[in-house]
Design a protein around this ligand. Sequence first.
Ligand SMILES: Cc1ncc(COP(=O)(O)O)c(C=O)c1O
Length: 389
Amino acid sequence: MLTFAQIYLAMQTAAKKIQMVDLISQYEKIQTEIDAAILNVVRSSAYINGPEVKSFQAEMEKYLGIKHVIPCANGTDALQIAMMAMDLKPGDEVITADFTYVATAEVIALLGLKPVLVDVYPGTFTLNIEAVKKAITPKTKAIVPVHLFGQCAEMDELMKLAKEHSFYVFEDVAQAIGADYTYPDGKKVKAGTIGHIGCTSFFPSKNLGCYGDGGAIFTNDDEVAKKIRMIANHGQSVQYYHDVVGVNSRLDSIQAAILRIKLRHLDEYAVARQKAAAFYDKALGNHPKIKIPVRSKHSTHVFHQYTLVLEGADRDKLREHLASKDIPAMIYYPVPLHLQKAYRDPRYKEGDFPVTEHLCRSVISLPIHTELSEETQSYIVAAVLEFLK
Ligand SMILES: Cc1ncc(COP(=O)(O)O)c(C=O)c1O
């Protein structure tokens, strides 16, 4: 039988296996603060909407440079509540990217709105502006740009279109929290503060992740903020008086306490991810079968994912090869929205979104997180290059 010491050692080794995101090592560095913060909430009994939630909200507002942050239960709710707050009605068209996480399209469909899908740029994976222009109709009421993998869509172009055609912009900033967007005049703002409403997720693996589910909604508009708060709280602003149909979407106090600590580290976490990305770029950037992530001219990249596009190599076999060496790799995303069973629509068929379809066949995301060492990256890179030889 194994001794306790042997089991412990095996557990430690297992915990240090290469991860897509190493949340344990990250936690170990801030463990004292996190443990104390959790205990503090437990001892306070203010589990819902307590002072930790209020303080996190204020600190996040300051970090983003925005008037209102409304915490909620998750990023999917954030998108849904944003659309409810702007009174979008069944049949209204909402444009979004075909290449995204399903949540974006899910809430559009759930509210009876009509998702209008458009293709993305092959390099930055963000909304193709020309494709957006073609998708606009008199029924377009909103657009959801997804700042995929950690950098912003071309927000100034989208805001111009929104003004011209009178529709709302809901930024899905779940993967790009902390990124800076630079306007053509050089003005810098935080991702998620440009559109009418910004929506984010604090899912544990996100750049700013809690230890459960969490999300938030951002806006500079006082009236919209009031409405969002009301909707997120069963449609009431005075208890037991329900003015609109709402939902129950709250951020737990324990999660808020954790997020307050992690927010203080968010910029340094982005630097660690950027450093890891630069290492991969240097090691893989010259390979003829690999396209490394293209940096947008308008946005910093906070590398929620480090995603390669493979040309002339079998992506799935590479993933198997990496797995045989205990290296995880993920496919974000294997199926375009228009080919998902739940979102099949006679308006769309295979071949309609060639960039997205190609990306779904050829992207692969390598481990990237705040605790990745150069030794581990060298091992990963060597395995990738060995396969492509
Ligand atoms: C782009 C994007 N939007 C929305 C969401 C939904 O967030 P949540 O899982 O917190 O509901 C995610 C989360 O994975 C996401 O990546």
